[in-house]
Design a protein around this ligand. Structure first.
Ligand code: GLY
Length: 377
């Protein structure tokens, strides 16, 4: 594995230097913002109001990655501003849902990990308690959303939220957090992952008996039943790799590998740039570059976890995905504040735009390739 990293060192260093330059400037420009996407090249701001968008942890997360890598105060200051702004959401219980992991574990959780800030630790523990409280005992799952009619809906994305629970178990010495995370991971493994390694977005459960009723109509992919929404596949790869890291359970690593094998094959026809849905018609062509960056993060963790003779294929796949993004889908100019272009919110909505989650995972993947630590998840 080291040989592949050494072979690509020039490209990795050059890309990272460009990331630092661009994000140093963005840190100043967005000192009091929580951006979601760029409009005409300029980041918008979601720091006001209830502040409970699932995406609001990614901007401080990017800033903490940069702080961990550079120790430059500008990144820390911008990250702390965003974390403080998120308090309005944390104090409003009814507006919180399963994405508290995305929102706090890479903002407050990263802050605590890097600086030991007790207030941040407390914020993250509150977020973990909110997530754990969403657990359905009979169905052994964490419910996704609050809306009426969605009571039994469980989504693959939640695999990225449960690292917050593994962390909370360690911090509090309360194993219940870890047990909830593992029960959820096992339910999702059984029901979300299809035999061929593709993944459903949403499964629906009877909230009284816990019985799985089958897939619910997803709006993320092309088709509710047959879809293979690429970002969902990427959440599964990275999410199961993280569950393996936190538990050491081989079944989670095997699940990550299985979805990864499917993903690695599905991106080949488009030269490693993921379509928004791998099972959509050939035309129109909708890419989701965020899926490539998320999958790359997961593949790098798989490469670290597997025996020596397997490492190369996962690391090479991660580099192929990242090179495809850097070669064709990055904007390093000052006219456009986001680096990663052509992410998608979902199939046919918000396609080929800049989205902060794509930016976050792009930076995280390059941070990993550079060998920086720690892992925030
Ligand atoms: N977690 C929401 C999404 O990936 O769109």
């Amino acid at each position: 594995m080291q040989a592949i990293l050494d072979k690509n060192k020039g490209w990795i260093d050059e890309t990272w230097a460009k990331i630092e330059t661009k994000l140093r400037r963005n840190s100043e420009l967005c000192r009091h913002k929580i951006p979601l996407q760029t409009i005409d090249g300029v980041y918008d701001d979601h720091s006001g109001g209830k502040c409970a968008a699932w995406t609001n942890g990614f901007w401080p997360g990017i800033m903490w990655l940069m702080y961990a890598a550079t120790k430059e105060e500008t990144f820390k200051e911008t990250a702390e501003n965003a974390e403080n702004a998120l308090d309005t959401a944390l104090e409003d219980f009814n507006c919180l849902f399963h994405d508290v992991g995305f929102m706090w574990h890479i903002s407050a959780g990263a802050n605590f990990k890097l600086t030991g800030n007790e207030k941040s630790k407390n914020r993250n523990l509150h977020a973990a308690a909110v997530l754990a409280a969403r657990y359905n005992v009979n169905g052994e799952f964490i419910k996704a959303w609050n809306e009426e009619g969605f009571e039994g809906w469980v989504i693959i994305d939640c695999m990225m939220n449960i690292p917050l629970l593994y962390w909370a178990a360690e911090q509090t010495n309360n194993i219940a957090f870890k047990q909830i995370a593992m029960h959820h991971a096992d339910t999702s493994l059984r029901d979300h992952i299809r035999p061929d390694g593709s993944v459903y977005h949403i499964m629906d459960y009877d909230i009284e008996t816990g019985e799985c009723k089958g897939p619910a109509p997803s709006t993320q992919g092309y088709d509710p039943e047959t879809s293979s929404w690429s970002r969902g596949q990427a959440w599964a790869i990275y999410g199961y790799a993280l569950s393996y890291i936190h538990t050491g359970e081989q079944r989670y690593l095997d699940a990550a590998k299985k979805v990864a094998h499917y993903f690695m094959t599905a991106v080949v026809p488009d030269d490693y740039v993921p379509r928004a849905d791998f099972r959509a018609p050939e035309e129109p062509v909708y890419y989701d570059t965020s899926a490539g960056a998320i999958a790359a993060c997961g593949l790098i963790e798989i490469a670290k976890a597997v025996p020596d003779f397997e490492k190369k294929m996962y690391m090479q796949a991660a580099i192929n995905l990242m090179k495809a993004l850097v070669d064709k889908h990055c904007d390093w100019s000052e006219e456009e504040q986001a680096i990663l272009q052509n992410s998608s919110a979902c199939y046919a909505k918000g396609v080929h735009e800049t989205w902060i989650y794509g930016e976050y995972y792009f930076v995280e993947a390059m941070y990993k390739l550079k060998g920086f630590e720690p892992l925030f998840w």
